[in-house]
Design a protein around this ligand. Structure first.
Ligand SMILES: NC(=O)c1ccc[n+]([C@@H]2O[C@H](COP(=O)([O-])OP(=O)(O)OC[C@H]3O[C@@H](n4cnc5c(N)ncnc54)[C@H](O)[C@@H]3O)[C@@H](O)[C@H]2O)c1
Length: 329
């Protein structure tokens, strides 16, 4: 039997596919715009199906035709594209998740892990957010994610589907392409490592909890594998780098390794407005720790930045990097 990854050639999906192939799994990836370069060394070991989550026939068909026992549902329009086209976001993110759940119910899929997000928390949050904090997002992306978390919970109760979800903070790593509110973390490091100046689209003070791509993949994989009887909370926060850094602190942290780092700040008004109300500083993941043993492998930024640049150096094609990458000193 096979594992299906929706959004499987995206930033996180392709790394998850790589991890599952290494574990000896048969992997099918479903993506509206397959990026084969990202699959790189595993391209011949996974089946790629091009399709649109918003088209229920295609979703049902990929599950029916491929003997799918488990789904990692990562396919999604991210925050910035969802604000730009909320109607398409509704179709892909909300209806698409309904189709994935229906396909799972109809064709006997056992487990689904869904990728939710820290941006489901917004109005009324204090600096510390845990799994009991009320989720009151104001973005199209956040609203869709909350609905899908709850829809998955409904399918669990009503149909016995083993649905679980992981809420990552902003994921950083090489090769981020889709714009989002916190992609500046990855892009600042990427520019510095290639000796390029970076114009940052947030203020120097902007700050959001972050997690390294390898930990985002690890948490998704661990949650899938956790024994059913340990799953009580169902939708889980997971934390990564602790404490997080503001944009300026990030610049100074990179400077330790790449003294030539060049950053200017030209804040985007819409993103600035997002950070004005987004005050989450500590992402409490105690339920994930208690129930399925979650711990991050990259909790400190220094270890992360060294690995990030080594990855860029080792796999430029995979991450779409055409310039020379300088090794850290
Ligand atoms: N990147 C982050 O900081 C972050 C943080 C928390 C949660 N997440 C979640 O993780 C998941 C993966 O995000 P990512 O960072 O890899 O983003 P990404 O944009 O790199 O990947 C998403 C993938 O989904 C595909 N996709 C988009 N619309 C689709 C559709 N209608 N049908 C089929 N495929 C479609 C895209 O082509 C892309 O390959 C998403 O669900 C996202 O919400 C991401």
């Amino acid at each position: 039997m096979a594992k299906l990854i929706t959004g499987g050639t995206g930033f996180i999906g392709a790394e998850l596919a790589r991890a599952l192939v290494r574990q000896g799994e048969r992997v099918v990836v479903f993506d509206i715009a397959p990026n084969y370069a990202r699959l790189d060394d595993i391209e011949n070991q996974v089946k790629v199906v091009q399709g649109n989550l918003a088209n229920w026939h295609e979703v049902l068909n990929v599950v029916k035709e491929n003997d799918i026992e488990g789904i990692y549902h990562l396919g999604s329009m991210l925050s910035v594209p969802s604000e730009a086209n909320p109607w398409a976001s509704f179709q892909a993110n909300v209806c698409g998740t309904m189709y994935v759940l229906e396909a799972a119910r109809l064709f006997g899929v056992k487990t689904i892990v869904f990728s939710s997000s820290i941006t489901t928390y917004a109005l009324g949050v204090t600096e510390v957010v845990n799994d009991e904090t009320i989720q009151c997002p104001t973005t199209m992306y956040g609203c869709g994610k909350v609905y899908c978390e709850l829809l998955g919970r409904f399918y669990r109760r009503k149909f016995g589907l083993d649905f679980r979800s992981v809420r990552c903070p902003s994921v950083i790593g090489p090769g981020v392409k889709t714009p989002g509110v916190a992609q500046f973390y990855s892009w600042m490091i990427e520019h510095a490592a290639q000796g390029k100046a970076y114009e940052c689209y947030v203020t120097e003070e902007a700050k959001m909890p972050i997690i390294y791509i390898k930990d985002a993949v690890k948490s998704t994989n661990m949650l899938y594998q956790a024994p059913k009887e340990q799953i009580n909370t169902v939708n889980y926060n997971v934390a990564g780098v602790n404490p997080t850094l503001s944009a300026k602190e990030l610049e100074l942290a990179i400077k330790k390794y790449i003294p030539e780092v060049q950053v200017t700040y030209k804040p985007d008004p819409e993103v600035t407005e997002f950070y004005r109300t987004f005050r989450v500083q500590v992402f409490d993941d105690s339920k994930a720790r208690e129930e399925w043993g979650w711990t991050a492998s990259y909790p400190d930024f220094d270890k992360l930045v060294v690995d990030f640049i080594e990855e860029m150096h080792s796999h430029p094609k995979r991450y779409g990097i055409s310039n020379k990458v300088f090794m850290v000193r």
